[in-house]
Write a protein that binds this ligand. Structure first.
Ligand code: FBP
Length: 551
């Protein structure tokens, strides 16, 4: 069916299964957590998940442990189960392995179980569109990229009619559980669904799996979302190639925007892998309250400094979320969000300008027409600005070029500036998963199976101890509620899973700042090359993970 030699080889790869899942095991309760913020308010909104036995029970973590009575079969480990699985949001390498890990778990510990895959994402759950997943079919997707086995989608299951539709499907299919493979917004909805099902007395448990190439679904228990490792490796390969080209031709600056939404984890990891002349980091821009002019000045300074050394080439990495972090642009977006929530027509720009504050109106009118429409029109079903459709790299090229012309006229810059724009995002989302992602995803799928089978709901499956070899990885579940805080969305405070942004005191950012002045002027380009599946570097995870697990 058109599988390349490498894809066929990857079908035969067998991810290491953590030891704790190899023998008889049970799910036991561990430490407790509060919500990241707004604990009282959020628990009040989800009373059944926050106080499952009444009273004020803490939010309990669970972990998988070897069976305390090894000679005996756990009763719940014999029952055949009926489970559903859904892929939600953007593609991320390894998704198929989560489904396969879940299926393998059921086959081994709950023979006779049925796993249905909902088609086209959460819409499939609401419309009861699914297919039964069989071992034969799944074998053709082992360690393969993509979400095409069942497809994905960005529909939300959060409003009463959507929850009722999901409930109807779970009843019709008689599901014991549903596993939602998604990012922060999708898993915020998993939490709502889990609460709703408890309220309606359904037996269907809801378990989330942390997916997103953005790496922003991260916390004490989730050290990395799956897909981040592979996507960063794919982007770093391409950036490395471009850097060598820039160094060879010596005539272009390459402005490369990278996917990753609001957070700059992808950009930071790619910078650590490739050593560009400049990597803008959203979180630093926000911390210093830099505006658009400050960012433009910084890029122009680097270009001018290199021009003094006779170098008119280089690479600038730009996180796709940058527009939301420059304080003036961010203020503009907030005002636009409020106007959209009030029902102002996105196409009526004169009306919009009239209702913005004078500073925002001024900035809005000075943006290129393309960026203006993108800020107004590109929104996802969760109300977020769709940053992947905002071409910040082109805006920066235009504004940096203007600034350099101004400096040239003033006699302070004598170089040449020719720039090319790139955007890397979709290229990295469906690659063959790296060994790390293939193994991590298999373990996450198995973890989700163990949690549903133990009757838990409202948890995210977790795999820990990632610095150790995979056989020593730990398996657990963390309450989705504990990852939540209150956030202003579409004009209202809403309980949502908190996005993890780059920690400016963390090891990854510190490692970058210790080198960036050198990388700006020297050409210490590092070209990581393609993902390796065999050999000494095959099992290396991201530099970010290596630095963070040792913090
Ligand atoms: P998720 O958060 O759903 O994992 O999506 C990740 C992502 O790839 C972002 O990096 C990007 O901004 C967005 O999806 C693009 O969305 P779309 O696929 O709808 O164009």
């Amino acid at each position: 069916k058109g599988l390349s030699h490498l894809c066929l080889e990857r079908l035969a790869y067998v991810p290491v299964l953590p030891e704790v899942l190899r023998g008889k095991h049970e799910v036991v309760e561990g430490e407790s957590r509060g919500c990241v913020g707004g604990h009282e308010v959020i628990c009040g909104l989800f009373p059944r998940l926050s106080s499952p036995h009444g009273g004020h029970a803490p939010l309990r973590l669970v972990h998988v442990a070897p069976c305390s009575a090894p000679g005996e079969e756990q009763p719940q480990q014999q029952r055949a189960l009926r489970l559903g699985v859904v892929l939600s949001g953007g593609q991320a390498p390894g998704g198929h392995n989560v489904i396969i890990g879940l299926h393998d778990y059921l086959q081994r510990w709950h023979p006779g179980s049925t796993l249905v895959g909902f088609l086209g994402g959460p819409a499939g759950v609401m419309n009861n569109r699914y297919k039964v997943l069989t071992a034969d079919e799944l074998d053709g997707y082992r360690n393969q990229g993509g979400f095409h086995l069942i497809g994905s989608g960005r529909d939300a299951i959060s409003k009463p009619d959507q929850l009722a539709a999901a409930e109807k499907t779970c009843l019709e299919l008689d599901l014991d559980g549903i596993v939602v493979i998604g990012g922060d917004d999708s898993n915020t909805n998993s939490n709502t669904m889990a609460e709703h099902f408890l309220k309606q007395g359904l037996k269907t448990n809801v378990i989330g799996v942390p997916k997103t190439i953005d790496g922003d679904l991260k916390n004490a228990d989730v050290k990395s979302s799956f897909g981040f490792d592979t996507a960063c490796k794919v982007f770093s390969e391409m950036i490395g190639n471009i850097m060598i080209d820039a160094m060879s031709a010596k005539k272009y600056y390459h402005f490369i925007r990278l996917m990753g939404r609001a957070a700059s984890h992808v950009t930071l990891e790619c910078a650590l892998q490739t050593h560009p002349q400049l990597a803008l980091i959203c979180e630093e821009v926000a911390a210093h309250r830099w505006g658009l002019k400050d960012v433009v000045r910084q890029v122009a300074d680097m270009v001018a400094q290199r021009a003094e050394l006779g170098k008119n080439f280089g690479v600038v990495l730009i996180p796709e979320g940058l527009v939301e972090f420059m304080h003036d642009v961010s203020e503009l977006i907030t005002e636009l969000n409020e106007l959209m929530a009030q029902g102002v027509n996105a196409h009526d720009q004169p009306e919009i300008v009239a209702r913005l504050t004078p500073e925002s109106a001024d900035l809005f009118q000075n943006l290129t027409p393309g960026i203006r429409s993108e800020l107004l029109e590109e929104r996802d079903p969760h109300g977020n600005v769709q940053v992947s459709h905002i071409q910040t790299e082109k805006l920066l090229i235009t504004l940096v070029s203007r600034e350099l012309m101004r400096r040239k006229a003033a006699g302070t810059y004598r170089g040449k500036f020719a720039a090319l724009a790139h955007f890397f995002g979709y290229e990295g989302r469906c690659s063959l998963p790296s060994n790390f992602d293939a193994t991590y995803c298999n373990a996450l799928g198995q973890a989700a199976g163990a949690l549903v089978a133990s009757g838990r709901t409202g948890l995210m499956a977790t795999v820990g101890n990632l610095a150790a070899p995979a056989n020593k990885w730990t398996i657990g579940g963390t309450p989705l509620l504990s990852m939540m805080h209150l956030e202003r969305r579409a004009g209202r405070d809403r309980p949502v899973i908190k996005k993890a942004l780059v920690d400016l005191h963390g090891a990854a950012f510190t490692s970058y700042t210790s080198m960036r002045a050198i990388w700006a002027i020297q050409d210490w380009c590092r070209s990581p090359g393609p993902i390796q599946f065999k050999g000494p570097s095959a099992d290396l995870a991201t530099i970010t993970l290596a630095l963070e697990v040792n913090e």
